[in-house]
Design a protein. Structure first.
Length: 182
């Protein structure tokens, strides 16, 4: 919630407190929570590559403790981090893993969330979000702030969008989005 409100500094402080508490009590469960908190801060500050090892650690703890639902949630966040890092294949594998766990648990709302309509033109979900923000006239800086990613990541997503759509400008990409009724 703090990250959604843009309070990254306070979220980072709380993540540090969670890490200290987990270390003090030597609790794997608390360590997993702390890893997830720190990873969320790193994702929000445009550092998805630094979030991956934390999420992997949290996922391993949950698997070791046989906590399947939070493990599935971690796979979702790993998908987000890998997608933001440009690792589309591994992001898709993480989504598939999360979906398999949710399916085995009968978690229908979670499955529905993971199964949105197929994005057009082979775009990833995040690329669609960037494209929609471009269509609204957002600058790279605006889009980065809105999506809690770095401007560099926005630029990378735009380059991928241009390639996939066969266009060479923001205007052409925005026009394509309007034509597709996105």
């Amino acid at each position: 919630m703090l990250l959604e409100a843009g309070d990254q500094a306070y979220a980072a402080t709380l993540a540090a407190e969670a890490e200290a508490t987990a270390a003090h009590f030597a609790s794997p469960g608390l360590r997993a929570v702390a890893c997830r908190a720190r990873a969320a801060v790193r994702l929000a500050t445009g550092l998805p590559g630094l979030a991956v090892p934390l999420l992997e650690e949290a996922g391993q703890i949950y698997r070791d403790q046989r906590h399947r639902y939070p493990a599935a949630q971690v796979h979702e966040r790993l998908a987000e981090a890998r997608d933001a890092s440009g690792d589309d294949a591994r992001a898709a594998a993480e989504v598939a893993t999360a979906a398999a766990i949710y399916r085995s648990l009968g978690a229908a709302p979670d499955l529905e969330r993971l199964s949105p309509a197929e994005p057009p033109a082979g775009l990833t979900g995040r690329e669609v979000e960037v494209l929609l923000a471009v269509s609204r006239g957002g600058t790279n800086k605006d889009i980065a702030a809105e999506l809690f990613i770095s401007e560099k990541t926005v630029g990378r997503h735009l380059a991928n969008i241009y390639t996939k759509l066969g266009v060479s400008s923001r205007t052409a990409a925005a026009s394509w989005a309007r034509d597709q009724r996105l």
